[in-house]
Design a protein around this ligand. Structure first.
Ligand code: UT7
Length: 358
């Protein structure tokens, strides 16, 4: 049996920044509330779509892995904000990269999507069904948001992260996972009436409605991520003291701190970047992983735990043993990323549209 070494890491974080103070000019909120309740200071608003963000993150990951896009045989995009439902986002990424013939599919598991995708790609490589995979978490959450609803508008942001996985004889990559879903709580985080649930002809919905029971999800998140992490540590035969880095889903810094306390980890052992990007759903873990490597926080052979939760309610944790290489083979400079508009300018039509619907 082979292993699935993580040989490339990349991210795309759109240039337009929406600060808490910017948000306070359009909805009834404040920097003080958002910072103290969530840890978020700012988030990014994308001027390009999910497939383009995915492609830019993937190009960086491929360059760092020294892998040619044409040699990729599997592309999985974890997203709940696809450009189109049919065809999937992964096929557009294949087209933009030129990875002809790669198997392409999207995974819809909301914020847990990236670790679901990573587990799936790893399993395919370990069983010999794929040899070089691109695993991407990408979201354009700003498209979904209701700018009249402060409960959710302040939490989310846009971005993408990617990893390249390659078959290897060395024992590394994702070695254990515990994933699951608590479907009894499907209704506490939901974009209702969007999909075939929608009344297409008689009474089509005007705006998107996000059902969101924040404090309930908070409790599930802490319980689900904690239990999955304990499970993965037991499977791997590891003690908490063996963990070099925790890369958690970035939904709320208070959720991360609770998990950190449960596991008795120091600040140095926990990757936090929610202050800069907010909750980018399936992209948070991928972006946080990428930044951890860029910042030298991932050492060769490091024991890394990642944990996430999201709508479904999906939840999970993974144990990753990093391989030997923590430096890029090549680098890729993202040049096609300029945006002449501010975040508020990009959102102007959406904000006015929501105000008209109110
Ligand atoms: O990744 C999956 C999705 N992520 C999540 O679901 C995150 C999980 N939940 C959370 O992170 C937290 O529950 C929130 C950040 C969403 C909310 O924090 P909280 O401490 O649970 O606040 P709360 O919902 O209990 O609201 C406290 C107060 C309320 O006012 P009253 O009733 O105490 O007068 C809210 O109306 O804060 C008010 N509030 C706001 N005030 C200013 C809610 N949103 C805002 C806002 N600005 N944006």
């Amino acid at each position: 049996m082979q292993y699935a070494d993580i040989t490339g890491w990349g991210k795309y974080t759109p240039p337009a920044i929406l600060t808490n103070d910017d948000l306070a000019t359009v909805i009834d909120t404040s920097d003080e509330w958002i910072t103290s309740r969530t840890g978020i200071k700012e988030r990014r608003i994308s001027h390009i779509n999910t497939a383009q963000m995915s492609t830019l993150a993937a190009k960086q990951a491929l360059a760092r892995a020294g892998v040619d896009a044409a040699d990729i045989d599997l592309i999985i995009v974890a997203t709940c904000t696809p450009d189109t439902l049919v065809p999937n986002t992964a096929s557009r990424v294949q087209q933009l990269l030129g990875s002809n013939d790669a198997v392409c599919f999207d995974i819809s598991a909301a914020c847990t999507g990236f670790i679901y995708a990573l587990q799936n790609a790893t399993a395919q490589i370990r069983t010999g069904m794929a040899s070089k995979a691109l695993v991407i978490g990408a979201e354009r959450m700003s498209w979904f948001l209701n700018w009249n609803n402060r409960d959710t508008a302040v939490l989310f942001g846009d971005g993408a992260g990617a990893m390249v996985l390659e078959a290897s004889d060395v024992e590394c990559g994702l070695l254990n996972a515990k994933l699951g879903c608590n479907s009894n709580s499907r209704d506490i985080l939901k974009i209702s009436n969007f999909g075939t649930d929608m009344d297409r002809y008689e009474n089509p919905p005007k705006g998107l409605k996000i059902d969101f029971a924040g404090p309930e999800i908070f409790k599930h998140a802490v319980r689900g991520m904690g239990a999955a992490t304990e499970n993965v540590l037991t499977q791997a035969g590891l003690k908490v003291s063996d963990v070099d880095l925790l890369v958690p889903h970035q939904a709320n810094v208070r959720i991360i701190e609770t998990l950190q306390k449960q596991l008795k980890l120091t600040d140095e052992q926990v990757m936090v970047n929610i202050n800069k990007y907010g909750n980018t759903s399936a992209a948070t873990v991928a972006i946080a992983f990428c930044e951890a490597v860029e910042q030298g926080r991932v050492k060769p052979g490091a024991n890394i735990i990642s944990a996430a939760f999201g709508a479904g309610l999906t939840w999970g944790a993974t144990y990753i043993k990093w391989g030997e290489r923590v430096t890029p083979i090549n680098d890729y400079v993202q040049t096609e990323t300029e945006c002449s508009q501010t975040a508020l300018e990009l959102l102007d039509i959406a904000i006015k549209g929501c105000q008209n619907e109110a």
